[in-house]
Design a protein around this ligand. Sequence first.
Ligand code: SF4
Length: 239
Amino acid sequence: MTAGVGRFAAELRPLSASSTGGKTSETLALIDWAIQTHPDLLMPSAFNLNGVVLIDLAVRAGYRGQVVFVDTGYHFPETLQTRDRLAARYSELEFVTLNAGASAQDGRTPPELYAANPDACCAARKVAPLQEYLRRKNPSALLNARSRDQAATRAKIPSVEEGSSRIKINPLAQWTRQELEAYAAEHDLPVNPLYADGFLSVGCWPCTRAVRPGEDARAGRWAGQGKTECGLWAGDGKL
Ligand code: SF4
C-alpha cells in the first residue's frame, strides 16, 4: 500500500444524504489529508459539474496546485469558456492546458477517427498527452472528481484508489448529482452552461449528446458506440 494512505484507505464513514454540510466537512478533511500527504498532488479536470465542485472544495481545503486540462481540439466552446471562467475565479490555482489550441483539423489524427475508432482517438488526443505530462511531473497522487452515481461502471469507486505509480483520491465518490447541484447553486459556481441543456457529462462535441430522462449522467458520452470511458480512469492505459 502506498505510504500514508492508511487513514483513508478504508471507506470514509457513511455520510448522511440529507446533510450536504456534513459531507462537505468530510470531503474537506479528505482533501486536506491529500494535500498534507501528497504535496505534489495534481488535479486533472474536464470542468464538468463534478470537476467544478471539486475545484471549489479543493481551494477551500488549501489546494494551490495545478488543474490540468487536455484540449482534444473537439471541445465545445462552452467548455473552454468554463475553463476560462474558473481560471479567472480561482487565481490561486495554476490552470494548465495541454495541446493548447488543438483543432479538429490539426492532422494529429485522421479526420473523423472519433467515429471509426473512438478508442484510438481518445488514446491519441486525450490519454497520451496527459500520460506524457504525468511522466514528466511524476506526481505521487491525483485528485479526481468522479462519483459513484455518474454511471453503473463507477458505482464502486473508493475514496482512495491504489495505483501502480500513484494513488487517485476521489473526494466526491459519495456525492450524488443532486448534492453536487445544490453545492454549485449555493456557491454560485460557474457550471458549464451546457449542463442546463441536459449535457450532464460534457466531453468532445462529436461524442456527447444530452441525457434523456431516466438515463445516468454519462449516458450521453459515446452513446451507441459501446464505449463508456475515455481511458484516463479505466482500461490498460489508465492513470
Ligand atoms: S471523446 Fe471523441 S473526439 Fe474526443 S478524443 Fe475521444 S473519440 Fe476523440
